[in-house]
Design a protein around this ligand. Structure first.
Ligand code: ACO
Length: 461
């Protein structure tokens, strides 16, 4: 384990701490780089605000002083479509150009050349690991890849048909009860220990959530396997069979997890940051993130896409009918797996996943008619003015479910697999928020309810 020292010299002796130091310096550089000002006129008063520029030249108006200076005026922006909640050195994405980078590395390179644990390390600690750093990280995770046997009793109390996302969120939260001491974020050692703990225990909970559904005995992984191999063994191993890892499935899962590993300030990540900003612990913050991810407008879309494609198949495969439904404003149906809050161009992850879906299904010899339905829908949408005008393209979830299904993963587990991939991103964002000493997240509001009125006792109402 790391030894903690408060002296600044230790940052340089220790590679983990060096990464943090470099990242903090960069954040400070961004904040100091204010060259211009924005002016806001309210009535006869003019207020000036500095502009903040990021390393990729993104610009924000820093309105921190607005409410105080203007005696109460605030900004309002439902859904935070124009609001930045923080500066961050983790992930860069340009939705207009379809660019996604983790710690400066192109997603295409990472998906092609890295494995999931290397990417996790880079996200959390700031750069890709050396061989030694990766080995230590992996060894420490493996040491922690065990959960208290009593967690099984909690799992036992869930009905078999419970959705595994609910199970995962509850069990992750329950980990707090078995690891009660809160993390002192001033101590890099404590922070690191909490990180390897959750990285180790989370795949066990993921596998158990699926095994419970399938009625399989609860198991543990093996110290001999790599991170992703362990996930597969824990999920699919049967008590009466020797388990062997299919390299095609392993590579596909590595890629899917990398593509899902972070996506800057999305709904679940913002949830993790905001829950963590109250100084709730890492497990509690991650558990909240899982709940946020579950919704069909976010991570739950991968399950919804597959269910939609199945329904279209059952209905005779008439894609045009469903395109018309998606465009009909009186019909609540939406083309799941299409559209994105920030991508107004192809989601770069969807491009990689589409190619992977063809490859994986081909290599595994799986013929899935819903792949053809998906491609048909995509082709129609890409030339339909409704989708073109609104810049609605396939997102990361459009093809991922087809690969998961070919791998033998049940539909209800798709969003759980997303959570497994997103875990390092959530950790990295939580850690950054705590190291940057961000204030508690607490938005304001404009009240639109009743003015003061007289209270009537119940007999007079
Ligand atoms: N099907 C049909 N119409 C759509 C779709 C869709 N999938 N997505 C957006 N639109 C339309 C809206 O009706 C709206 O039309 P209007 O301007 O005529 O009113 C316009 O496009 C803009 O849509 P908004 O909902 O305002 O866009 P927003 O940025 O708020 O939502 C979201 C983005 C939630 C992803 C949306 O596109 C959607 O619901 N997609 C389907 C669900 C999905 O795939 N979610 C996964 C996202 S990726 C992720 O979280 C991992």
């Amino acid at each position: 384990m790391l030894r903690y020292s408060k002296t600044i010299g230790c940052f340089f002796k220790n590679p983990l701490k060096k990464a943090i130091f470099v990242r903090l310096q960069k954040t400070q550089k961004i904040i100091q780089n204010m060259s211009d000002i924005a002016k806001l006129q309210i009535g006869n008063d003019t207020y000036e605000f500095p502009l903040i520029k990021g390393t990729e030249d993104e610009v924000a108006i820093d309105v921190k002083t607005l409410r105080g200076a203007s005696k109460g005026v605030i900004t309002i922006d439902p859904g935070y479509k124009n609001t930045g909640a923080c500066t961050s050195g983790i992930t860069f994405l340009d939705g207009e150009k379809g660019i996604l980078r983790y710690r400066g590395y192109a997603i295409e390179d990472l998906a092609e050349k890295a494995d999931f644990l290397e990417v996790a390390y880079a996200l959390i600690f700031g750069d890709l690991p050396t061989k030694e750093q990766l080995k230590k990280f992996h060894d420490d995770i493996k040491e922690n890849a065990i959960v208290d046997e009593e967690v099984k009793k909690i799992l036992d109390a869930f009905p078999k048909n419970a959705h595994p996302m609910g199970v995962l969120s509850s069990l992750t939260s329950a980990l707090t009860a078995f690891n009660p001491s809160s993390v002192n974020v001033e101590s890099e050692e404590e922070m690191y220990n909490a990180i390897v703990k959750i990285m180790g225990k989370f795949p066990v909970l993921v596998a158990w959530a699926m095994r419970k559904k399938k009625g399989l005995p609860l198991n543990y992984g093996s110290m001999k396997l790599d991170y992703v191999e362990n996930v597969l063994q824990m999920m699919f191993e049967k008590p009466h069979e020797e388990f062997s890892i299919n390299p095609i499935v392993k590579d596909a899962l590595d890629k899917l997890l990398i593509l899902h590993a972070d996506h800057e300030q999305n709904c679940s990540t913002s949830t993790v940051r905001i829950v963590g900003s109250s100084h709730a612990g890492l497990f509690a913050s991650i558990s909240a993130g899982i709940s946020a991810l579950w919704g069909p407008l976010h991570g739950g879309a991968n399950q919804a896409v597959l269910e939609m494609l199945e329904a279209i198949k059952e209905d005779g495969g008439d894609t045009k009918k469903y395109m018309a439904k998606a465009k009909d404003k009186n019909d609540p149906f939406r083309l799941m797996g299409f559209g994105h809050r920030v991508y107004k161009n192809f989601d770069p992850r969807a491009k990689i996943i589409k190619v992977a879906a063809d490859q994986v299904l081909g290599d595994l010899g799986v013929e899935d008619p819903i792949l053809e339905i998906a491609k048909g829908l995509e082709q129609e949408a890409l030339k339909d003015p409704y989708f073109v005008d609104r810049k609605l393209y396939p997102n990361v979830d459009f093809y991922s479910g087809i690969i998961y299904r070919a791998m033998g993963i049940p539909v209800e587990m798709f969003t759980v697999m997303f959570a497994l991939g997103r875990l390092p991103g959530w950790i990295a964002q939580w850690r950054e928020m705590r190291l940057n000493k961000e204030p508690i997240g607490r938005p304001r509001q404009i009240y639109t309810g009743e003015n003061l009125r007289a209270f009537k006792t119940i007999s007079k109402r």
